[in-house]
Design a protein around this ligand. Structure first.
Ligand SMILES: [Zn+2]
Length: 304
């Protein structure tokens, strides 16, 4: 990883970058809503048929597989029966015989010990394949399976499909809502945590940047936008602060890129402040070591 250049994004660039990120989400929402306008009743109809047809298709596949295995087995049985009637000579020239091996029969060569020949060795086929019935269990992701099964556009957004079904009084086939609300809950919680950290950090620094975009080019990646959680400036230092739920989530390589980019920007702007790194974690790391600080101890920490 080698840095080619780095700078902070301008306000204009920042605005358009976030707009770009949001637009991707909005495009998906708009597409789904528009699609439902013309295909809504078809979607509901497919949804009502889905379990039976999906399940049936799984059964059909299982039957096909079973049929294939059974055919193969049947062929083996017929072959064995025919060879039993026509016991003759092995490729080595010696006579074949019918032997009992454990509980099954085998057609083999009386001269099987002599090396250099591929002697006759045919076992009686046993264990007739038995069909095992399958029943599909739908997951909380079943709307994705439905999209694939009926070849619906993959851009359709699950949360909007769910809303549409609920608004139309259609019962969901599994607990999708719970899964969606858990996902949203996690997102909300991390946003709250970030706001809390921000308000604490703001008191510690002359200047605090939250998610300031760095535009940087490294030789080994096409990625150009880098967004550290916080950059705090004191009279003597510039702090790169990465916020993590726990120390295990620390991504050293990513942090290394941020540091290199900040070092570059520092040189460009002829700043003589020290560049420091701090990981702020929510869980674990009660003692301060290796730049890892538990958020609980932030008031005892000296930023200088
Ligand atoms: Zn032989």
């Amino acid at each position: 990883m080698e840095l080619i250049r780095a700078r902070f994004a301008t306000d204009e660039e920042t605005k358009s970058f976030y707009k770009f990120l949001n637009s991707k989400q909005n495009d998906k929402n708009d597409f789904t809503k528009k699609w439902l306008k013309t295909n809504g009743s078809k979607f509901i109809e497919l949804h009502q048929r889905f379990y039976d047809e999906f399940n049936q298709s799984a059964k059909d596949k299982a039957w096909d597989k079973h049929y294939e295995r059974w055919n193969k087995w049947n062929e083996d049985v017929n072959y064995f029966e025919r060879r039993k009637r026509e016991i003759g000579r092995c490729i080595c020239g010696r006579s074949e015989g019918l032997y009992q091996v454990g509980s099954i029969l085998m057609i083999g060569c009386s001269n099987y010990r002599e090396q250099g020949y591929n002697h006759t060795k045919i076992y009686e086929p046993v264990n007739e394949p038995i069909y095992q019935d399958v029943d599909v269990k739908l997951s909380a992701n079943y709307l994705n399976d439905l999209k694939i099964f009926y070849e619906l556009p993959k851009e359709l957004k699950q949360s909007i499909l769910v809303d549409y079904l609920l608004v139309n009084n259609i019962e969901l086939l599994t607990n999708v809502e719970q899964k969606l609300s858990v996902t949203n809950g996690v997102r909300e919680k991390s946003k709250k945590r970030e706001d809390l950290f921000k308000s604490f950090l703001e008191e510690k620094f002359v200047k605090l940047y939250h998610q300031k975009i760095i535009i940087a080019k490294f030789t080994d990646t096409t990625k150009t936008h880098f967004i550290p959680d916080f950059i705090g400036v004191t009279d003597n230092s510039i702090y790169l602060i990465e916020q993590k739920k726990n120390a295990g989530l620390i991504n050293q390589e990513q942090t290394q890129r941020y540091l290199l980019a900040l070092e570059y920007i520092k040189k460009e702007t002829k700043s003589d402040k020290d560049l420091k790194l701090l990981y702020l974690v929510e869980e674990g790391a009660n003692d301060l070591y290796n730049n890892i600080l538990n958020f609980k101890n932030i008031n005892d920490y000296e930023f200088n």
